[in-house]
Design a protein around this ligand. Structure first.
Ligand code: COA
Length: 260
């Protein structure tokens, strides 16, 4: 599939999806949202892809938000559809069976912060800046930001960022747990690759089950979450990878997972 606003490269079981509108700081317009939906659908089906890295083109921005020239035309009716459609795309990313690592290489504002929040793991470059500046435009986050930011960092801080629109620099983002690691800009994607390779070396049934179990947090009660964990744990114990992983440990050798 070809894309106007995305660059997609697949190498060694890792897909790198780069949002590519550098002249607009990779702002998410309607076309880009359609392409994101398509690419995540395609990569979900592609058996040769185990991990997805999401990043932005250029050295200035990951994604500077939803495209404000399109936002400007919304009314109450079209805005609801706009928000729901965007939420659907980000929900799809969050529920991707394959881990999605955001390599945040610059501004991650509004929808840019929200798409990073929908990824499973966030890494940032030193120049990254996060924020939900929608209040400056007279709106609130509409792609899940009020929910995911509040779940990820503490609710007092999330409320402050959403109400003030203040930007969060990379070191602060690290301090508050918004990103897992901060790297030099020129090392960021390599570091994301290193993390992806580490994940790829594990049994993928286990990796994908872990994502499912983690994603249910907050969606159901704690007890239901544990029931779901037990069911997924049991399914993992029925796999060849489980036999291989435990046998390899006992035989003091490295496991050779076949993802079966
Ligand atoms: N939507 C549409 N276009 C955007 C955009 C967005 N969210 N963010 C940046 N751009 C465009 C600018 O309009 C400009 O285009 P132009 O050259 O055709 O005028 C280009 O990207 C470069 O941005 P510019 O503002 O000149 O860069 P800067 O370095 O001065 O400022 C930002 C960078 C990120 C601080 C600033 O662009 C900004 O505040 N962007 C909007 C962020 C936002 O509110 N996002 C949430 C939207 S809900």
């Amino acid at each position: 599939m070809s894309y106007q606003n995305l660059l997609v490269e697949i190498k060694d079981k890792i897909a790198v999806v780069k949002i590519n509108r550098p002249d607009k700081l990779n702002a998410l317009n309607a076309q880009t949202m359609i392409e994101l939906k398509n690419v995540f659908t395609e990569l979900g089906k592609n058996e040769s892809v185990y991990v997805i890295i999401l990043t932005g083109s250029g050295e200035k921005a990951f994604v500077a938000g939803a495209d404000i020239s399109e936002l400007n035309k919304l009314n109450t009716i079209s805005a609801k559809e706009f928000s729901e459609k965007g939420q659907e795309v980000f929900y799809m990313i969050e529920n991707s069976a394959k881990p999605v690592i955001a390599a945040v290489n610059g501004f991650a504002l509004g929808g840019g912060c929200e798409i990073a929040l929908a990824c499973h793991i966030r890494l940032a470059s030193e120049n990254a800046k996060f924020g939900q500046p929608e209040v400056n435009l007279g709106i609130i986050p509409g792609y899940g930001g009020t929910q995911r930011l509040t779940r990820l960092i503490n609710s007092g801080r999330a409320t402050e960022y959403i109400l003030t629109g203040d930007m969060i620099d990379a070191s602060e983002a690290y301090r508050i747990g918004l990103v897992n690691h901060v790297y030099k800009q020129n090392e960021l994607v390599d570091k994301a690759f290193e993390m992806a390779q580490k994940i790829i070396s594990k049994g993928q049934n286990a990796v994908r089950s872990a994502i499912k179990a983690i994603n249910i947090v907050g969606e159901v009660s704690g007890k239901e979450g544990q029931n779901y964990e037990a069911a997924l744990f049991a399914l993992c114990c029925g796999t060849e990878d489980f036999k291989e992983g435990t046998s390899a440990f006992l035989e003091k050798r490295k496991p050779k997972f076949t993802n079966s």
